[in-house]
Design a protein around this ligand. Sequence first.
Ligand SMILES: C[S@@+](CC[C@H](N)C(=O)[O-])C[C@H]1O[C@@H](n2cnc3c(N)ncnc32)[C@H](O)[C@@H]1O
Length: 457
Amino acid sequence: MADVQARRPARPGVDPVRLAALEVLKSVRVDDAYTNLVLPSVLRDFGLSGRDAAFATELVSGTIRRRGTYDAILAACIDRPVSKVEAKVLDAMRLGCHQLLSMRVPAHAAISTTVDLVRAKGSSGAGGFANAVLRRVAQQDLAAWLGQVAPDPRVAPTRYASIAYSHPRWVVDELRSAVGAEELFDLLAADNEPPRVTLVARPGRSTRDELPGEPTPYSPFGSVLAGGDPGEVAAVAGGRAGVQDEGSQLVAVVMAAATVEGRDERWLDLCAGPGGKAALLAALAAQRGAGLVASERQEHRAGLVRRSLRGADGVTGIVTADGTVPPYRAASFDRVLVDAPCTGLGALRRRPEARWRRRADDLLGLVLLQRRLVSAAIGLVRPGGVVLYATCSPVLSETRGVVGSVLETHPDVRLEDAVPLLPGVPRCAGPVPGTIQLWPHRHGTDAMFMALLRRTG
Ligand SMILES: C[S@@+](CC[C@H](N)C(=O)[O-])C[C@H]1O[C@@H](n2cnc3c(N)ncnc32)[C@H](O)[C@@H]1O
C-alpha cells in the first residue's frame, strides 16, 4: 500500500516512462543532480521496474551523453538558437531525438509521446512546435544527419569530433593530447557506451567463483555481469564483494604489488571516499597482517567509507581529515595511496552528465590540490616506502604535469617502473616512462592513471 501511495499519479495520455526520464533530465539540469544517483529514486517514485526501468535508464543516459550531437541536429531544424528554446521543451525534444536516432523507437511513437510530454509540461503551442521539429529530425538517420551538421574532420577535426561524438571541444582537445589523434575517435566512441557492471570479490571475504558473470581479463578479483541487479548478489549484499570498475581494482592491485623494503604494516588511503579502493586494499592488507587507515576530507563521504568497510578486517582507522594537512605522524606509513580528486575525464562512460558539467577552468585548482596531496603523502611515507598517485583522468596536466612537478620539488623521491606490476595488461604505458595509463577503448576500464613514487632519503 505504502509503495502504491509513493508513486506519482499517472497523467492521462502521458507515458510514465518518458515522464520519469524528463524528471531526471530536469533534476540534472536544475539541481545539478548526478544521473546515477537521481535515476533510481525517480524510477522508484514512478513505480518503474524491469523493461520499463531499463528503457528509462537508456533514454536518460543516452540523451545526456549524446546531447552535443542532438543539439547540433536540432539547431538545423529550428529557426532560432537552440539556447532560446524553453529548457523543458528542449529536454523533451532531446529525448525525442535519442529515440528517433539511437533507440529504434518507431517515429510515430517517439514523436507523439514527446508531444504529449511537452503538452503536459507546457503549452499546446509548444506541442505543435515540438511536433514540427521532430518530424524534420525523423526525415533522416543519424549518419545522414552527421554528414549534414558535422564539418569535414580533415578541415575542422575538433568541431567534427565534438559534434559527431558529443564531447565539449575543450574535452576533445585534452583527450587528443593524452591519447593521440589516431585513437581519439575510438576513445570518444567508448565514452558513449555505458560500461558493463563489474563486481569485485574482496579477498579473504569472498572469491570470484561465488560471483556471477565472466572473469575480468586483468584483475584477479573481478567479474563482469551480463545483466541483472548487482544488489541481489549475496556476496555484494553482505559487503564481502562490491561493484567496482576493473581499472579501480587494478589501482589497488598495483598499490599492494609494489615492493617495499622492510616493514610493511601501515597502509594509508589519503582520499578514500566513497571507499571502493579502500575495501579492496583493506582485504589485501589483512591477508598479510597489515592495516589500512582510510582518510577522507568530506564528512558525508567518510560516512560512505565507513559503510564500505563495515565488517572488513585490516582496517585500523577511518578518519575525516584534509589530506593536505594530514593529522598523522611524518614518515609513519609504508604505503600511501593518493587517489586524487580530478576532472574525472577518464570515467565519462559511467557519469553521463560529467562532460557537460566540468569546465576547463577547473583544471588549475585541481592540479594544485593534486600536487599538495602528493607532497603531503610523501611526507607521510617512510624512506623505502611507496606513494601511489592515481587519477581517473588521462588529462596530461593531471598526470604528466603533476608527476613532473612532484619529482622536481622532491629530491627524496624516485619514480619507479609500475608497468611490470600489471604483467598481463597490454599497452598500458603512461605518458611518463614507468607510469601506467589504462583506456576504455583499449582495456574496457576507466582511464585510470598511476605513478609509483618511492621515498628514498
Ligand atoms: C577520486 S575520489 C576517491 C575515490 C576512492 N578512492 C574510491 O575508490 O572509492 C577523491 C576523493 O578525494 C576527496 N578529497 C578532496 N579533497 C581532499 C582533501 N584535501 N583531502 C582528502 N580527501 C580529499 C574527495 O572528497 C573524494 O572523495
